[in-house]
Design a protein around this ligand. Structure first.
Ligand code: ADP
Length: 457
């Protein structure tokens, strides 16, 4: 099948949808390809907290923020591994993109502005935002092809003039004046994820296979920050392999009563309530990580968790009944010694850890700098929840210029080729900054749509 369009967008996540919508609004014909049977990718799994620095809403609310402040915070958060040029695009254009996102004449996406701040939340989380965007793209006349994967760029005299694509029973040649790559990250591709992360649980989108990384070899694309993958501490993994981030549960447990992490030696090793980055580095050193809880903190943990998609009362019951498993989600013991035995931790280690912990509570703090106020109970039962590091977003990818054009390894813009969203590398440095993943999808998508439109005129 041969198609001809103005702008071809590959990947229908947050970035691909905003790119398509803005290109349509600039008066172009748009073909949008999505390899999965549904649009949304990682964006539809996201919480949709979205950076709004410099937006009208933020300015009207009086909240103090600026591109310079956002940049400084993201550089510090990302340990200066950020690509500054990409970061500059983000901090300087995110406000305008956010205005467009909530404008009825723009994307018309519903956001909650009841609490002023640096970020606002999309109503219905990522899934809600994606649904609105897809509807808007269709209403504006975009041609959306689901179950259709972009496979190869068509290049003539060094210029990208379209792409080949495949569905189950068709092969497409799509001619276009510009191609926007919005294929998301590469977390689901073991050949691209650095080995050190592969022992962690992958909890991202299935379609994040880094296809654009492969496709752009043909234009000698420059790749940056490919060694960085975003990791979260405090996750459980179910026997099915699905992972769930446990921060609501963990926070409640630490606030309620004694709860602490131990390693495979039954020894505490970090400030459990410290910065995520520091906790990740500490958890990485261990073979296993267990959260040890008394009854009150276990109840608080469940209160924070039950109701989240894969954590129900039935799950908890089932997991506890599986107490003898060699790789348990959670176990229960009448005493700390029972628990240590089931988990194969050294005899006496948990009792010693609890005694030390309670002595630290009396002192108000411990050697890791955690403030301690509530003892772990001297009476059982006790629980252990196995805690994992999990990864989802990838932070490396294509190197772009301020027009969202893909750069080759000579740092020259590739004619006709643009990129947006998670496929772009370098924004975050080595760990992501809250709200900026979704904010970047929206901002970079819109920028790429506008930029590609102006260049093909
Ligand atoms: P972002 O919004 O940052 O681009 P997402 O993960 O939300 O990231 O969106 C990327 C989308 O691209 C996903 O829906 C994914 O299934 C899709 N995708 C990945 N590879 C291809 C491909 N080769 N062809 C078409 N769609 C693709």
């Amino acid at each position: 099948v041969e198609l001809t369009t103005d702008i071809l967008v590959i990947g229908a996540g947050g970035a691909g949808l905003t790119a398509s919508l803005s290109a349509l609004q600039e008066g172009n014909k748009v073909v949008l390809l999505e390899k999965m049977s549904f649009a949304g990718g990682a964006s539809s799994m996201a919480g949709a907290g979205t950076t709004a620095t410099g937006s009208k809403w933020q300015i009207e609310s009086g909240y103090e923020d600026s591109p310079e402040m956002l940049k400084a915070d993201m550089l510090a958060n990302g340990h200066n591994y950020n690509d500054e040029a990409t970061l500059d695009i983000f901090v300087n254009t995110v406000g305008a993109a956010f205005d467009w996102l909530v404008d009825p004449e723009g994307a018309n996406v519903e956001y909650d502005n009841s609490e002023p701040g640096r970020t606002y939340s999309g109503v219905g989380r990522g899934a809600g935002v994606v649904k609105t965007l897809l509807q808007r793209v269709e209403d504006a006349g975009g041609d959306v092809y689901l179950n259709t994967a972009g496979t190869e760029l068509i290049i003539e005299n060094g210029k990208v003039v379209g792409a080949k694509a495949e569905s189950k029973d068709k092969i497409y040649t799509i001619n276009a004046k510009a191609v926007i790559l919005a294929t998301g990250g590469f977390g689901a591709n073991d050949e691209l994820v650095p080995a050190e992360y592969q022992e962690f649980v992958y909890a991202g989108a299935a379609g994040a296979t880094g296809d654009a990384i492969e496709m752009t070899k043909a234009v000698d694309a420059d790749l940056i920050n490919m060694e960085f993958v975003n990791v979260q501490p405090n996750s459980i993994v179910m026997p099915s392999g699905l992972g769930q981030y446990c921060n609501p549960g963990v926070g409640g447990a630490y606030a309620t009563s004694g709860a602490f992490l131990v390693n495979e030696n039954g020894v505490r090793f970090a400030n459990e309530q410290g910065k995520a980055y520091d906790l990740i580095q500490a958890m990485k050193q261990n073979k296993t990580n267990y959260l040890i809880l008394d009854q009150a903190s276990f109840d608080a943990f469940n209160k924070g968790m039950i109701g989240s998609a894969i954590y129900t009362e039935e799950n908890v019951k089932e997991w506890l009944e599986n107490n003898g498993s060699s790789n348990p989600v959670m176990v229960k013991g009448e005493t700390l010694e029972d628990l240590a035995k089931t988990l194969n931790l050294p005899e006496g280690s948990l009792t010693a850890a609890a005694e030390k912990y309670n002595a630290d509570v009396a002192a108000g703090t411990d050697e890791f700098g955690r403030k301690l106020t509530v003892e772990i109970s001297n009476d059982g039962p006790y629980y252990a929840v196995q805690m994992w590091l999990r990864y989802y977003a990838t932070l490396g990818g294509l190197h772009i210029n301020d027009q969202m054009q893909v750069l080759n390894t000579k740092q020259e813009a590739v004619d006709g080729l643009f990129a947006a969203g998670e496929v772009v590398g370098g924004l975050e440095g080595d760990i992501y900054y809250g709200g900026s993943l979704f904010g970047w999808a929206m901002t970079s998508g819109r920028n790429a749509g506008v930029s590609a439109s102006s260049m093909i005129k």
